[in-house]
Design a protein around this ligand. Structure first.
Ligand SMILES: NC(=O)c1ccc[n+]([C@@H]2O[C@H](COP(=O)([O-])OP(=O)(O)OC[C@H]3O[C@@H](n4cnc5c(N)ncnc54)[C@H](O)[C@@H]3O)[C@@H](O)[C@H]2O)c1
Ligand SMILES: O=P(O)(O)OC[C@H](O)CO
Length: 328
């Protein structure tokens, strides 16, 4: 409490100073929520402090003074929970050095190296309070205070409400959900579907093909959610349909762009950019094969990405499947 009896807004801890971590830090700070932003590299933290702009991952967006940048992970001791905003490939490394008493809000949209959901990985490492934050949220737009919505999902309703209150602002509308796996897997699968949508763009197959792919992709996502014990209808929310529409159609999406580049015969992960759908396609496809589960679009993406199929073979495989009712 301040001297006036009004509660001071507690600061939010953002771990990871890439595009999304920086956008969240800017958006929250602009709305009066001070943020501590942790960057892994001391020289990068120093650069952010000096220039007040993340020219590498979020160019053109100023970091307000309220964003305290640090490379000292010791700051976590002052916080009860944190937004974990490093790419999925780096989540295990970061979580393994954090105190297990910290509540973790996982913001990455990928799987662990052995195919676990990141919240499962956090549970296995001993984190009791876990949530995910996911939705149609391009950093380039959220950081510029354009309106967006998202979902914080956790079986721990008190934790979900705490994170919702801390992150909901006039430009970022945050909903809660108890379906953690459903929200988390929506973010994973939409990246694979966005790769496929980018391939459709690159091949210039037309609007009908893209709409058909996205709709059948959504059905495939729902079936996969159900197979993982999640609620199938979570796929129709912000983290599923919402993020699929945003990512598969966006000029900002690295996954969509990677698919388009691949279809044009270029390197999909241009300049070492994070394209999480590439690894997820492999992991999900391996799982489907091992468990006799049908994930045709995921499989086609994997086959094309690994070079096992040409793009034309991928299209033919999807168009030549058995006739069936739409609901299957
Ligand atoms: N960019 C977006 O619009 C957006 C929106 C929502 C969610 N996400 C998700 O957020 C995650 C991060 O994406 P991004 O766009 O911020 O990535 P980015 O490529 O912009 O930046 C990644 C950052 O993470 C750091 N990093 C990498 N490995 C690390 C490790 N082991 N420990 C600590 N830091 C590490 C990098 O140095 C870099 O600062 C991804 O999983 C992505 O799917 C991104
Ligand atoms: O750039 P992408 O493809 O990783 O997508 C970014 C966000 O996930 C969009 O919500």
């Amino acid at each position: 409490m301040s001297a006036t009896g009004v509660s001071a807004t507690p600061p939010v801890l953002v771990l990871g100073a890439g595009g999304w971590g920086s956008a969240l830090a800017v958006m929250l700070t602009r709305h009066g929520r001070p943020v501590t932003l942790w960057a892994r590299r001391a020289d990068f933290a120093e650069q952010l402090r000096c220039t007040r702009e993340n020219t590498t991952y979020l160019p053109g967006v100023a970091l307000p003074d309220g964003v305290q940048v640090t490379a000292d992970l010791g700051v976590v001791g002052a916080f009860g929970w944190a937004l974990v905003v490093v790419p999925s490939a780096g989540v295990e490394e970061l979580l393994s050095v954090l105190p297990r008493s910290l509540g973790v809000v996982l913001c990455a949209k990928g799987l662990s190296s052995d195919g676990r959901r990141l919240s499962e990985l956090a549970a296995d490492l001993g984190f009791a309070r876990r949530a995910v934050l996911s939705g149609p949220n391009h950093a380039e737009e959220v950081g510029r205070l354009l309106p967006a919505a998202s979902v914080v999902a956790s079986p721990d309703q008190e934790f979900a409400l705490q994170v919702q209150q801390a992150t909901l602002t006039p430009t970022f509308r945050v909903y809660t959900s108890p379906d953690l796996p459903g929200v988390e897997l929506g973010g994973v699968l939409k990246n694979v579907m966005a790769l496929a949508a980018g391939m459709v763009d690159g091949l210039e197959l037309g609007d009908n093909a893209k709409a058909s792919l996205m709709t059948r992709g959504l059905r495939e996502m729902g079936r996969y959610l159900a197979s993982q014990g999640a609620q199938e209808d979570t796929v129709y929310g912000l983290s599923g349909l919402g993020d699929l529409m945003a990512t598969a159609n966006s000029r900002h999406s690295r996954n969509r762009a990677a698919g388009e580049r691949l279809a044009r015969g270029l390197d999909p992960a241009q300049g070492g950019k994070v394209v999480e759908g590439l690894r997820s396609a492999q992991l999900l496809s391996d799982w489907a094969q091992a468990h006799g589960h049908d994930l045709p679009i995921v499989k086609a993406v994997r086959q094309v990405v690994t070079g096992a199929w040409t793009l034309e073979e991928g299209v033919a495989a999807l168009m030549g499947r058995d006739a069936k009712p739409e609901r299957n």
